[in-house]
Write a protein that binds this ligand. Structure first.
Ligand SMILES: *Cc1c(COP(=O)(O)O)cnc(C)c1O
Length: 405
């Protein structure tokens, strides 16, 4: 484990109490400051004796591997997607498919570090609010760690596969009368009263695990830094985590170029993209976020200001896509690349297509789209947007007729 401190991202105050999720002095967001001095003596190759995955990057992680709670997260494929690239008009595109994590989303990267931290602290009860994937991941890691788990879900707005997972892994699933932002406020209250260890991304340890997606992309591209990385943005911790990983690689001298971080939001839940359009460093929360991409259906993103910092500091971009563009991009990935992602994940590809059409993305750029979650999480949306099965009689002639239609 690397030495580290938890500090306030806004005022720099050092924070020791592990049950505090915002700065006691100014109310600001917390972040982890790693001591990377030992890593400066190392090269990327020095880590390659351990399998690719979150724990390969232990020298960048603030938890002692002795307390590790792992289900072999990370190590997801980076696909070369020539057909997708040809379709959207960008020569070199890649898809980092996070849907192949143990519970089917990148949330597992944050959770292995977050629950290992809970383990290190001796926590017995963990909890989170969630649009679905965070709860699925936490429920699995809590099961593995033998901890009790409570998840706070907005009632009726969680994709079926995600709800099934949280129930299946034995979490107490609380359906809260309200949206995600309401569920999070309640979970935070429970944590402040020390009834549980909170594992939302406001917990500064979770983004630390999520940094690993960037480390893996660099490893998989042999440190040939891409021009741009595109991500969907919901609560906005992931784009921040990717940015933090970039700054740490710069600090240890492993990269000397920075990819333009590009955040995509759904039109109906787009406070970060709206702020970017006004060149603002702060955002205005939205009351009633709405989109088919439930994983990014968030009106008041906890890490929204951090996301804007990530985008501005890398010369990146932010924009919105419509639900129709999201579904179209989801189908494009399925039909051209054989990859099934959930709607929120397809937002990155929809953004690639839109920004290329607008000329923001150059045809010669090397672009990585992070596809955050597995399409099987949300089978309802898939079935609603595909033609139904073809009714067919039980004979060769019937089959031939059906296939020719
Ligand atoms: C959580 C999640 C997101 C959004 O990530 P943030 O860190 O909240 O911006 C996007 N896609 C999927 C599949 C997710 O589970």
């Amino acid at each position: 484990m690397a030495a580290h401190r938890v500090i306030c991202w806004d005022c720099g105050e050092e924070v020791d109490d592990p049950f505090v999720n915002t700065c006691p002095r100014c109310g600001g967001l917390l972040t982890v400051k790693m001591d990377l001095e030992p890593v400066k003596e190392m090269k990327p190759e020095d880590l390659r004796s351990t399998p690719i995955g979150v724990w390969r990057y232990a020298p960048f992680m603030p938890v002692d591997p002795a307390h590790k709670v792992s289900i072999q997260e990370g190590g997801t494929p980076l696909y070369t997607t020539a057909a997708l690239g040809a379709e959207v008009g960008v020569k070199n595109t890649f898809v980092k498919f996070e849907g192949l994590n143990p519970t089917g989303s990148f949330k597992d990267r944050g959770m292995t570090i977050g629950v290992s931290r809970a383990n290190e602290l001796g926590a017995k009860v963990v909890g989170c609010a969630s649009t679905g994937n965070t709860s699925a991941a936490l429920a699995a890691y809590a099961a593995k760690a033998g901890m009790k788990c409570a998840v706070f879900l907005p009632s009726g707005k969680v994709a079926m596969g995600k709800l099934a997972q949280a129930l299946f892994f034995g979490a107490k699933v609380l359906s809260i009368d309200g949206n995600f932002d309401d569920a999070l406020a309640l979970a935070r209250k429970m944590s402040e009263e020390r009834k549980l260890y909170l594992l939302n991304s406001i917990n500064p340890y979770r983004p630390e695990g999520q940094k690993s997606v960037l480390f893996e992309i660099m490893d998989q591209l042999r440190y040939n830094v891409p021009d741009r990385i595109i991500l969907p943005v919901g609560n906005a911790a992931n784009i921040w985590a990717v940015y933090k990983a970039i700054t740490e690689l710069q600090e240890v001298g492993w990269i000397d170029k920075v990819p333009m971080l590009t955040g995509i939001q759904a039109e109906g839940a787009s406070p970060v993209a709206q702020a970017f359009a006004k060149s603002s460093e702060t955002f205005v929360p939205e009351e009633n976020p709405e989109t088919v991409a439930t994983a990014i259906r968030i009106g008041n993103p906890i890490s929204g200001r951090k996301a804007l910092k990530a985008i501005y500091s890398t010369g990146g971009y932010a924009t919105t896509v419509t639900d129709a563009e999201i579904i179209s991009a989801q189908q494009l990935l399925g039909r051209k690349e054989g990859v099934c992602v959930e709607p929120a994940s397809a937002a990155s590809v929809a953004g690639l297509r839109k920004l290329r059409a607008e000329g923001i993305i150059d045809r010669d750029e090397r672009v990585v789209c992070i596809c955050t979650g597995n399409g099987l999480k949300d089978p309802d949306t898939i079935i609603n947007n595909c033609a139904p099965p073809i009714k067919c009689g039980n004979s060769v002639a019937d089959v031939e007729r059906a296939l020719s239609e």
